[in-house]
Design a protein around this ligand. Structure first.
Ligand SMILES: CC(C)(COP(=O)(O)OP(=O)(O)OC[C@H]1O[C@@H](n2cnc3c(N)ncnc32)[C@H](O)[C@@H]1OP(=O)(O)O)[C@@H](O)C(=O)NCCC(=O)NCCS
Length: 213
C-alpha cells in the first residue's frame, strides 16, 4: 500500500470526508479535502466499485472506445492495476495498464484513468499516474501509450509525436493519441497497428476453446 504523503512526493489529501467541516460549494465538490488517501494494487473485491466509478466518470459509451478493443478479454499487466482509496476505504480512483504491441514494439496501454467526482482536483489522478509510470519503468517497460486529453497528460510527459506512425484499432483523434517513452528511443520509427498482447481472461480463453471445438 502506498500512502500519499509529502515524503513520497504524492499529495496527502483527498476530498472524501463528506463529514468534514469544509463547506460544499454549489457544484457539490469539496474544495479542501480532509481525509488521506492511499494507493494500492487492485483486488478482486474492488471490481464492482471500480466499474461503478468508471460508469459514473466516463458514461456507458466507455465500452465503445477504441482502447477498449485492446482491453476486452485481457487482463491488465501484473502489478499495474492500481486504485486509490479514501479514509473510509471507499474506492475513489482507478488506473490500469495493459500489454500491447505498438507496431511491433512492446508497450503498455494506460487507461481508463478515473477519479470519483467528489475527489477531483486533489491530486488523486496525478498520484495514480506517477505511481503507475514509476512501477512500469521499474518493471522494465519501455513505453506507455494512451488515448486522452493532451492538456491533462502532457504534465506526465505524454505527447502525440511518438504515435505518429501508429494506428489504433478504431477511430481515434490523432491529437489525443499519446505516448511516453520510459526507455529513450523505445518508439523511434514505430509504425503499424496497436494490438493486444496481454494475458487473456478465463472467459476469453473459454470462448476460444468453444469456437475451436
Ligand atoms: C481526468 C481525471 C482522472 C483527473 O483526476 P484528478 O484527481 O482530478 O486530477 P488531479 O487532481 O491530479 O489534477 C487536476 C488538474 O487536472 C486538470 N484536468 C483534469 N482533467 C483535465 C482534462 N481533461 N484536460 C485538462 N486538464 C484537466 C484539472 O483542471 C486540474 O487542474 P489544476 O491542477 O490546474 O487545478 C478526472 O478528472 C476524471 O476522472 N475525469 C473523468 C474521467 C476522464 O476524463 N478520464 C481521463 C480520460 S482522458
Amino acid at each position: 500500500m502506498f500512502h500519499a504523503s509529502a515524503d513520497s512526493g504524492l499529495p496527502a489529501d483527498c476530498c472524501s470526508d463528506t463529514n468534514a467541516p469544509a463547506a460544499l460549494p454549489a457544484s457539490g465538490r469539496v474544495a479542501h479535502p480532509r481525509a488521506p488517501f492511499v494507493l494500492r494494487g487492485e483486488r478482486a473485491a474492488d471490481v464492482a466499485a471500480r466499474e461503478a466509478l468508471l460508469d459514473a466518470a466516463l458514461g456507458p459509451a466507455r465500452t465503445l472506445k477504441s482502447s477498449e478493443r485492446l482491453r476486452s478479454g485481457r487482463l491488465p499487466e501484473e502489478g499495474l492495476a492500481l486504485v486509490a482509496e479514501d479514509g473510509q476505504g471507499r474506492l475513489v480512483g482507478t488506473v490500469r495498464l495493459w500489454n500491447v504491441s505498438a507496431g511491433g514494439r512492446p508497450a503498455l496501454l494506460l487507461g481508463p484513468l478515473a477519479v470519483d467526482e467528489s475527489c477531483r482536483g486533489a491530486g488523486v489522478g496525478a498520484a495514480l499516474m506517477r505511481l503507475a509510470l514509476a512501477r512500469a519503468e521499474a518493471a522494465g517497460h519501455a513505453a506507455v501509450i494512451l488515448v486522452g486529453d493532451p492538456e491533462y497528460y502532457a504534465r506526465f510527459g505524454f505527447s502525440a509525436e511518438a504515435t505518429a506512425g501508429l494506428v489504433m484499432p478504431g477511430p481515434t483523434e490523432r491529437r489525443r493519441f499519446l505516448a511516453r517513452e520510459l526507455a529513450a528511443g523505445a518508439l523511434d520509427g514505430a509504425a503499424g497497428r496497436v494490438t493486444a498482447t496481454g494475458r487473456r481472461t478465463v472467459e476469453s480463453n473459454r470462448s476460444d476453446v468453444a469456437r475451436a471445438a
